[in-house]
Design a protein around this ligand. Structure first.
Ligand SMILES: *Cc1c(COP(=O)(O)O)cnc(C)c1O
Length: 247
């Protein structure tokens, strides 16, 4: 029998406050998703939430896990690997959403379950080699540049380069092309841009059977993405709060 008087809460009190805050934010975001699904005549539960935990501590990721979140996204390798190492016992799916350098691909392939930001052919072989080394299979999304005209330094491939990337991914050993990802263009209406992404997603789906993911929509534009037909939204601020400024 457990001696109830002796049981100590494993979680410090401020963690409980943070847990309440995250739970309330999650409830708000889930309500926004549900309302958008209804308004767009889409089935309930057709949009998957990915929590963007960049800049927030591993403790927050653990709290989100305790609140039912499985998909978490990070954009910097150093930070991601540190959190992954601390939380490897939790049932989490790690998404990498940051700009990738070729020399980091091998390391990212050690822990990422989904790499959403593949935008250059040179990344494909490096990720594939990394995945093979640790005998893993990694889901990959092609990041598309929706800016018109294209602005390569923000990440994302121009639509003309997509066929080459598809070919490289389809012939890789350990990478599975599962869809497309994009960020809304700066200073432009996100809706037509997300519509273009949806058309690319449908085109890709006709070509490869494993394609099931369109990743678009963030805290400020999730409704537009749901209307355009996205399957996954990536939400940071609306779940975790305003990020502390980082250098
Ligand atoms: C930071 C980030 C997000 C989340 O943005 P919020 O506005 O905080 O919801 C989504 N996608 C990418 C690629 C990001 O870098």
């Amino acid at each position: 029998m457990n001696d109830v008087t002796n049981v100590q809460s494993p979680m410090p009190e401020d963690q409980w406050d943070r847990r309440d805050e995250l739970a309330a934010n999650l409830a708000d975001v889930r309500a926004r998703i549900s309302a958008a699904e209804v308004a767009a005549y889409r089935p309930a539960g057709s949009v998957q939430l990915v929590a963007v935990t960049k800049t927030w501590p591993a403790e927050d990721v653990a709290l989100l896990s305790s609140l039912g979140i499985v998909d978490v996204a990070e954009n910097r390798h150093q930070e991601a690997v540190a959190k992954h190492d601390r939380l490897r016992d939790l049932n989490l799916r790690w998404h990498f959403i940051g700009q990738l350098q070729r020399n980091k691909c091998r390391a990212v392939a050690q822990y990422a379950d989904v790499v959403e930001s593949v935008d250059r052919i040179e990344l494909v072989a490096a990720l594939d080699r990394g995945a093979q080394e640790c005998e893993r299979q990694i889901d990959v999304l092609i990041q598309v540049d929706l800016q018109e005209p294209p602005e390569p330094h923000r990440g994302g491939t121009a639509s003309a380069d997509i066929p080459g990337l598809v070919e490289a991914l389809m012939t890789s050993q350990s990478l599975k092309l599962t869809g497309v990802m994009a960020v809304a263009p700066l200073g432009a209406d996100p809706r037509p841009a997300f519509d273009r992404l949806y058309a690319m997603y449908q085109g890709l789906k006709d070509q490869c059977p494993d394609v099931t993911v369109m990743s678009a929509g963030m805290s400020d534009d999730l409704e537009e993405a749901v209307f355009a037909g996205t399957t996954h939204i990536r939400i940071g601020t609306a779940v975790l709060g305003r990020r502390p400024k980082v250098g």
